[in-house]
Design a protein around this ligand. Sequence first.
Ligand SMILES: C[S@@+](CC[C@H](N)C(=O)[O-])C[C@H]1O[C@@H](n2cnc3c(N)ncnc32)[C@H](O)[C@@H]1O
Length: 217
Amino acid sequence: MDSIRAYYDQRAPEYDDWYLGTGLFGARDRPGWQEELAALLRTLAALPPRPTLDLGCGTGFLTRHLGGQPLVGLDQSPAMLGLARERAPHGHFVRGDSLALPFRDGTFGRVFTAHVYGHILPGDREAFVSEARAVGAEVVVVDAGPRAGPPRDEWQDRTLNDGSRHRVYKRFFTAAALLAEWGGERVLHEGHWFVAVSGRGGGGGSVRRAHQDGEGD
Ligand SMILES: C[S@@+](CC[C@H](N)C(=O)[O-])C[C@H]1O[C@@H](n2cnc3c(N)ncnc32)[C@H](O)[C@@H]1O
């Protein structure tokens, strides 16, 4: 397990503190956070129900607001998946790698992914987008909003409840920037804390075909 994957597995029991403003996040000043989160949840709940894959589902905090069946959550972290199974019992949760999805092209009506793409390093982005677009007819991508700055990336130092320290790569997006990277079509949410866009999937691309065929010398 590489360090970012181990970090999220370790963070699983305290992950929702980020959403709820509890634990170590209780001291953070985040004006408008809860209101904007509520608006994002309403937007997700209003999406037309479709068979959905939640890619990097984490604890299932957002998964439970997604309509449609089957509802499948995929994550690399066993601890995250355990929590998601409790939180969204109507879902089916599997361990897997977002860069090599264990699903055939076009399996889902929608691939939903939240707060995962912005942690993907530049060299893996093409594979991430290609995999997501291949297995879903539509993609919905949620990530960190601009927070009053331009689109940017940074390496953050993060501390967990046990005092352990971790380095995490993270990006901040405008809706326009996220839309452009995904070849998206529609802005679903454009806020300070969060942005969400949707676009068409169904486009495998060269990276996925190479994975699947396994041909070559
Ligand atoms: C910031 S959390 C987001 C969780 C959830 N989507 C949400 O918005 O609350 C990122 C999640 O992506 C998962 N993840 C990171 N890299 C992954 C990969 N290569 N394959 C599958 N899951 C991955 C982590 O285990 C973690 O649960």
